[in-house]
Design a protein. Structure first.
Length: 149
């Protein structure tokens, strides 16, 4: 039998979390290698749609219930073979609203809301795992474009 080597699909989330007077983005500190600050997410699981997988990962890693803003259309897809040191992973990233109390769990050592200013600083410092800095740069540009429209 010919065994194919295929990339692994993952779902990642940009979780918008409202605090009085300021919107924040929920990020996690990874509990497992590769370590670092990252978007919540994980490997797509058999029997779940990508959207269901994203919701499951959000609950497991942040304790939040989420509502994906556009479930039929992910925010972005990144597929560079070098984006993840563990191997060839395809990231399907969604934007979601987060509800509830943040509580780190599963693969997350810590989960907390970051201000947009803190997110920009993490991007400048190249302090995010994988290519999550690039994803968040796209997100911030997207927000600015929406505000200008």
């Amino acid at each position: 039998m010919n065994r194919q080597r295929n990339p692994y699909p993952t779902t990642d989330l940009i979780i918008e979390y409202q605090r009085p007077g300021e919107e924040r983005i929920v990020l996690i500190k990874r509990n497992n290698p590769p370590y670092g600050i990252a978007l919540p997410g994980g490997f797509a699981e058999w029997g779940l749609s990508l959207e269901e997988n994203a919701c499951k990962e959000a609950r497991e890693e942040t304790g939040l219930h989420i509502k994906i803003t556009s479930p039929e259309q992910p925010f972005c897809v990144h597929s560079s073979p070098s984006r993840d040191p563990r191997g060839h992973m395809i990231s399907i990233t969604y934007i979601a609203k987060g509800y509830g109390t943040i509580c780190a769990g599963d693969d997350a050592k810590e989960a907390r809301p970051y201000t947009l200013r803190e997110v920009r600083q993490l991007i400048r410092e190249n302090a995010l795992a994988f290519d999550h800095g690039r994803i968040l740069e796209k997100y911030l540009r997207h927000r600015e474009e929406l505000c200008l429209a």
